[in-house]
Design a protein around this ligand. Structure first.
Ligand SMILES: *Cc1c(COP(=O)(O)O)cnc(C)c1O
Length: 253
């Protein structure tokens, strides 16, 4: 989305603000699913709380957000520690440096950005020590942009074949970020590529890809993603409000 076409995202402060924004997003999820002849219940909404301070997150939890996505490990770890008394679990959705695998293994319930076997191995080692398991998605670069993390689509089958070596990791499916563009056809192609890859892998060997989930779609493109088969949309700004920090903080530019 470019600045001039970006929708206005109103900042949610109070519990009722969160309820209203969540209901509006859910209505659009339901409509997009129905357009694609899909059951809206197949689509999980993962609210993304990065940069949002804890006093507002408390209100989001009260409004029903019981799983939250965070891109950066240090921020997620701090929030997990400070909000441990509340009914919320944490999904880390950003690229991981192996030296932070220990932290993710300690507090996260889900990790959506497996982009190398090194990361899988580092996580598994720490999880085995902690006696924990972790739901994971393998991240795929579907836009052929240098500026996106993720495996090349060609690399994905081999990585999935190696995943059973890391028995603490439960593969749930594939994750991607689409190209950031106003050209909806280009965005749609990224999502369709991920779905096609999932379908081919599942046809060849269903055991490789767990639930065969597709984590794709964010505030600017989640309706398109659902039309293309998404089973998990990661939505930040449309629930919490516009972010001041540029997205280049979260992926390489
Ligand atoms: C921030 C982020 C999102 C959500 O983006 P919004 O524009 O706030 O909806 C989704 N996925 C990842 C990996 C992110 O870092």
């Amino acid at each position: 989305m470019t600045a001039d076409s970006a929708p206005e995202y109103t900042t949610a402060m109070q519990v009722e603000d969160f309820r209203r924004n969540l209901a509006a997003v859910q209505t659009k999820i339901d409509a997009a699913a129905r357009r694609a002849d899909r059951d809206p219940g197949e689509v999980r909404l993962l609210p993304v709380s990065k940069t949002v301070p804890e006093d507002r997150i408390v209100n989001a939890i009260a409004a029903g957000c019981h799983q939250l996505g965070e891109n950066k490990v240090q921020e997620a770890k701090r929030k997990h520690g400070n909000l441990a008394h509340l009914d919320v679990s944490w999904s880390v959705i950003g690229h991981l440096q192996t030296n932070k695998a220990k932290d993710v293994a300690a507090f996260a319930d889900e990790f959506q950005a497996v982009d190398s076997l090194r990361v899988a191995e580092a996580l598994d080692r720490r999880l085995q020590m902690a006696g924990r398991g972790l739901d994971v998605y393998v991240q795929v670069n579907t836009s052929q942009e240098e500026s996106k993390y993720g495996l090349d689509p060609d690399e994905v089958p081999d990585v999935l074949r190696a995943m059973p070596n890391y028995s603490s990791l439960r593969v749930r499916g594939l994750m991607t970020l689409a190209v950031f563009s106003d050209d909806t056809e280009r965005v749609r192609e990224c999502f369709a590529l991920l779905r096609g890859l999932r379908d081919r892998i599942r046809d060849a060997d269903p055991a490789l890809i767990g639930d065969g989930g597709l984590s794709m779609g964010m505030s600017g493109d989640y309706e398109l993603a659902i039309e293309e088969g998404s089973t998990c949309v990661r939505v930040g700004q449309a629930i919490f409000g516009a972010r001041a920090t540029p997205d280049s903080m979260y992926w390489p530019s």
